[in-house]
Design a protein around this ligand. Structure first.
Ligand code: DC
Length: 230
């Protein structure tokens, strides 16, 4: 059976990763969480002291970009985890400190071109589900299936808040909501590859949908495209 490229883009905390991964597992495709790559570079910048008084020193990061290696490796349960220069940083990239700096890092063109090149190589010649912000518009503009996921910012903040609290983070709902709204703003207004819905993307607004319903919608779309029906 021929394989296709599936691009899942959308706003922060819409559950894109969960859904994209579930689909990839089900149809036996590779899954790539590109947000994890931007987060890993952000973690590097934080650790290197390139964020001073909350402000990112982009020039310093650009200067050392060539020395940063991002890779994915499966853990014992088969889940792909992100590695920064050989270190597993899957947990460290999910903190609020990283979330607060990742959008400024993602505005840097040098960062984007480095990661986009790596992402394109990952998709070569195999079935892939990739999620992010610019997958259907920039990374794989010819993807056979493009999905754009969205939900109201309150619903997204509640989901993220529950997740962070569940992990024991001391955080308020308002902090989470503010972070989500700020990331939406930066992601969609940046000059290089802003978050946009591709013209040929199918929108899934999951404000009032459970995971099972979303999965069925996505799976049907994928099956149709794989069979060449649409
Ligand atoms: O999907 P996420 O929330 O983990 O993504 C983190 C940030 O990375 C997000 O605020 C925007 C940026 N990003 C991007 O600019 N392009 C991508 N393809 C993926 C993520």
């Amino acid at each position: 059976m021929h394989t296709i490229t599936i691009a899942v883009d959308g706003h922060s905390s819409t559950g894109k990763s969960t859904l994209a991964k579930q689909l990839a597992d089900y149809i036996g495709y590779i899954y790539v969480d590109t947000g994890a790559m931007y987060r890993a570079i952000t973690l590097f910048a934080l650790r290197a002291g390139f964020v001073v008084e909350g402000k990112l020193q982009a020039d310093k990061l650009i200067n050392v970009l060539a020395d940063i290696t991002i890779a994915f490796q499966k853990n014992s349960e088969g889940k792909a985890e992100v590695y920064l220069n050989g270190e597993n940083v899957e947990k460290q990239i999910r903190t609020l400190a990283v979330s607060e700096q990742v959008s400024p890092v993602a505005t840097i063109s040098e960062v984007r071109s480095k990661l986009v090149e790596q992402q394109r190589n990952m998709g070569e010649g195999q079935g892939i589900v990739m999620d992010g912000r610019d997958i259907g518009t920039v990374v794989f503009p010819d993807a056979q299936l493009k999905v754009f996921m969205t939900a109201s910012s309150k619903v997204r903040a509640q989901r993220r808040y529950d997740e962070l609290r569940g992990r024991g983070d001391e955080i308020t709902f308002d902090q989470v909501l503010e972070n989500i709204q700020e990331r939406d703003y930066i992601d969609s207004t940046r000059e290089d590859s802003p978050l946009r819905q591709a013209k040929d993307a199918i929108v899934i607004d999951n404000s009032d949908m459970n995971l099972e319903d979303q999965f069925h919608v996505l799976l049907q779309l994928a099956k149709d495209r794989i069979a060449g029906r649409i």
